[in-house]
Ligand binder design. Structure first.
Ligand code: CBF
Length: 837
């Protein structure tokens, strides 16, 4: 049917309609067509995955014209393009989201049903691209959605990892990591661009020369050259024509090299080098907020940054620009320090490849980059061992030395005689092991620096970037994170979306502040009932999923108390466990105690080499084992660990939560974005004054937020006055800790959790003990509040109504106005291939 010579069929469907048409008969034909011509299958033998693929191609076809026109209009226009550089994109499945953004979800559902299929089943076939670890990668994905929805010319650059974040299984209560093979059945959403490739040098040495005109130059002689190949994925905005590009790089061996090796008979050498090249984009490092300083990771960072900058320069020149004006075409946002090597790479390209002088090259560079910091944790601040760095990027080391020399000269003038300042601001950390401080490279090379929540941005200025703030106060600002309501409401919570829309229309999907309109219904009894009915229906869905997958029966009427996020000591999942044990002990002591039934739901991955985090998972599952099977509990408490927490699973979890656990130690969580997704879906928060919790509480009202714990300031005071966990080790806390260490939850194996218990008793870096009593008292208030369902409904409605600020659209608008200085460029559809051309 794709053959041009065929006449239109009796539905009057033309060839063009087959690729773009949106009527139900056309969609059905297109699906059947793709099933046959792309999958090579026909209905009697097609699997559900074949149908998913056929549908995915059908939808991609409908995005292609928008995509091509968007690219063309950016090439034609003279407006600045935002380039988002991120080593991670945690996109989640595309199909459902694209149907929402195209506005054809219901229509496609019907078309698919008429073919005897179920749309939700097909959507569930998609293997999500898990190209990120957690919040940082998911933020990048939300920002791509908002950039397109706001019609901002933008391109996202990253790495096409062959293996994304590992799949998690729980065996005998322990996390087991399984390789993520997201590409195993192919990826219908991407297009390989074999013509868009760049060479990336690695290793070797640098030669210096003076040419016949007396110009001094540097020639980097690498010992390995890798090829980066572009894979493009369209990112469609909501109800607009804009489809921006996410360009991910795959590393390959250059075509030429293996022949050279064969010629000299080195078969092993040739194959080995090919493997080395391909390894660069093989796997995502599974550490969230922890650096490991591994050579391959530096190679990955440099690889994608170099390809991306070369690509941007090529596009800029193609638009008729001169390298000196590069920053007029692109503004480049560095998503944390992972792409910070960009500063040295752009300098290298401008100096060595485009022969600009140092001053001009530095001027271009510092007008190009802006840097977002995402963490205050010292262990997450990237540093590269100098020798390692020199062995991979010898030319960049020279450039960094020169940047540093000039920069420290400036510092010496500003702070005469202040050796300490030179030491603390230097790009090089001295000491036994010299290293390069990537955050400092990002700061010196960027014209803007921002944190991701008000508190975080303030703490940055007072702590890790204090000296930088003193030097360049004008560079600093805050850009509080946000989440896209398209994925995190419309797609994941259709019931609530419908209820809200029935009251205030659907304007809120693009302008989240319109949720304010719900406030006036918060006192309407009938609406509260509808609200709680929706919540109950969603909880029932989750309950049946849990029962089906794990055989655990949970009571949908119980309070769903949820903590889903990466497992980390600073996020304090073990504080939550201490509360569970406390409740359990109360029930054991007073079996007839009238408690509010609760279901505790956990989910999250631990970095494979982070032993204490893995032990925290084992603790949760061990406590679950005891509590869930104790007849005295009589099902009043249930504990569930949902395996393989990812975007797909999270879309079912956030909508079902009553209570959102945001209990990190104040001053440790930069922002959090899960906190926003929960509250947007009507969960109430129990939380500390950390990250964006502070702003969420301000917005929803302190009476609609369960606050506990020390403030960031109090944490510092307590630490500096000499914190002693033993001061808090009594009563119910002592009982819980002693049970864990005596083996009560581990078949009398007292040694199992000893490392975890000792880390609390003898260090307690994250002050669990100090916050325990306040947490328990607050949880008791939560339980009391939940008894009054009507009041709870009101609080829940008000939470949603007041979450307007936390749309990623708002964040992106702030970046556009304050940092990027870019404006929307609406895309008009036009025919790119008029007849006869
Ligand atoms: O800013 C996005 C998120 O980034 C992190 O996940 C990170 O990797 N540094 C932080 O931990 C989150 O607080 C933050 O929301």
């Amino acid at each position: 049917t794709s053959n041009n010579s065929l006449p239109p069929n009796n539905n009057n469907v033309t060839v063009e309609d087959d690729r773009t048409g949106l009527s139900i008969p056309t969609l059905k034909r297109a699906i059947a067509d793709n099933l046959f011509y792309i999958q090579g299958k026909f209905p009697t033998i097609a699997t559900e995955n074949d149908y998913y693929m056929a549908l995915a191609y059908t939808i991609r076809d409908r995005m292609l014209q928008r995509w091509a026109v968007t690219v063309d209009s950016y090439l034609q226009s003279k407006t600045r393009v935002v380039s988002y550089l991120s080593a991670e994109y945690l996109l989640g499945p595309h199909l459902g989201n694209n149907l929402i953004n195209l506005g054809i979800y219901d229509r496609v559902k019907q078309a698919v049903e008429e073919l005897g299929l179920d749309l939700e089943h097909l959507i569930a076939q998609e293997e999500e691209p898990g190209l990120g670890n957690g919040g940082l990668g998911r933020l990048a994905a939300c920002y791509m959605d908002s950039l397109a929805t706001l019609e901002i010319p933008a391109i996202g650059y990253g790495i096409r990892y062959e293996f994304g974040i590992f799949d998690q299984e729980i065996r005998d209560g322990w996390q087991v990591e399984i390789t993520d093979q997201w590409l195993r059945y192919g990826n219908p959403w991407e297009i390989r661009r074999p013509e868009v490739t760049y060479e990336v040098k690695l290793g070797g040495h640098v030669e210096h020369y003076t040419d016949s005109h007396g110009h001094y130059g540097s020639n980097w002689v690498p010992d390995l050259v890798v090829k980066g190949v572009a894979y493009d994925t369209p990112i469609l905005g909501y109800q607009v024509n804009t489809a921006n590009t996410l360009r991910l790089w795959k590393s390959e061996a250059p075509e030429s090299f293996d022949f050279q090796a064969f010629n000299v008979g080195d078969y092993y050498g040739a194959v080995n080098e090919k493997v080395i090249c391909e390894n660069i984009s093989k796997i995502l490092y599974p550490n969230d907020e922890q650096i490991q300083g591994k050579e391959l990771r530096l190679r990955q960072q440099y690889f994608f940054v170099s390809c991306s900058l070369q690509d941007m320069i090529a596009l800029h020149l193609r638009r008729g620009g001169k390298v000196e004006n590069f920053y007029e075409t692109f503004v480049v946002q560095l998503n944390d320090t992972h792409p910070a090597i960009s500063v040295a790479e752009l300098m290298r390209l401008l100096l060595d490849e485009h022969e600009l002088d140092w001053e001009t090259a530095w001027d271009v560079t510092t007008r190009t980059f802006a840097y977002t910091n995402h963490t205050l944790l010292p262990e997450a601040l990237e540093k590269w061992n100098l020798d390692l760095f020199a062995s991979i990027l010898p030319r960049h080391l020279e450039i960094i030395y020169e940047i540093n020399r000039r920069f420290l000269d400036e510092v010496a003038i500003r702070f005469p005689g202040d050796e300490g300042k030179l030491w603390s601001l230097s790009l090089i950390e001295e000491g036994e092991e010299k290293s390069i401080r990537m955050a400092h490279l990002a700061c010196v090379g960027s014209f803007a620096i921002n944190g991701v929540a008000q508190l975080h941005s303030e703490l940055l200025k007072e702590t890790v970037l204090k000296d930088w703030y003193e030097l360049y106060p004008e560079k600093f600002s805050n850009k509080t994170n946000g989440v896209t309501p398209r994925r995190w409401m419309v797609l994941s919570n259709p019931r609530l979306t419908e209820l809200i829309t029935s009251k205030i229309g659907d304007g809120w999907i693009k302008n989240l502040e319109e949720l304010k309109g719900l406030e006036k219904f918060a006192d309407d009894g009938a609406f509260r009932k509808q609200w709680m009915d929706v919540k109950l229906a969603v909880k029932k869905d989750l309950a049946s999923q849990v029962e089906q997958q794990q055989g655990i029966k949970i009571n949908p009427e119980s309070l769903f108390d949820v903590q889903v996020k990466r497992i980390h000591e600073y996020k304090r999942q073990h504080l939550n466990v201490l509360h569970i044990i406390t409740l359990y002990n109360r029930l054991k002591q007073h079996p007839d105690l009238d408690i509010v039934p609760r279901t505790f739901i956990f989910g999250g991955k631990a970095a494979p080499s982070y032993h204490v985090a893995k032990l925290m998972i084992k603790l949760i599952t061990s406590v679950a084992e005891v509590v869930n099977h104790d007849p005295d509990v009589r099902d009043r408490i249930k504990v569930v660990f949902m395996p393989d927490y990812n975007v797909t699973n999270s879309q079912k979890i956030y909508p079902a939560a009553d209570l959102s656990e945001q209990i990190s130690l104040a001053g440790k969580e930069a922002s959090g974005t899960g906190n926003m997704k929960f509250s947007l879906n009507g969960a109430l928060t129990i939380g500390t004054l950390d990250g964006a919790n502070v702003e969420i509480r301000e917005c929803v009202g302190e009476e609609n937020f369960f606050l506990f714990g020390l403030t960031a300031q109090e944490v510092e005071q307590l630490k500096s006055s000499g914190y002693n966990p033993w001061d808090y080790y009594h009563d119910s806390l002592k009982q819980a800790i002693d049970q864990i260490s005596s083996g009560f939850f581990s078949h009398r194996d007292g040694s199992l959790f000893q490392r975890l218990v000792n880390s609390l008793l003898y260090d307690d870096r994250y002050l669990l003990f100090a916050d325990y009593h306040s947490y328990i008292e607050c949880q008791d208030r939560v339980a009391e509040a939940y008894r009054d369902k009507d009041k709870w409904a009101k609080m829940s409605i008000l939470n949603v109504a007041r979450m307007g600020k936390f749309s990623s659209d708002r964040s992106i608008k702030e970046y556009c106005e304050d940092i990027w200085k870019v404006k929307p460029v609406p895309v008009e559809l036009y025919d790119l291939c008029p007849d006869g051309e």
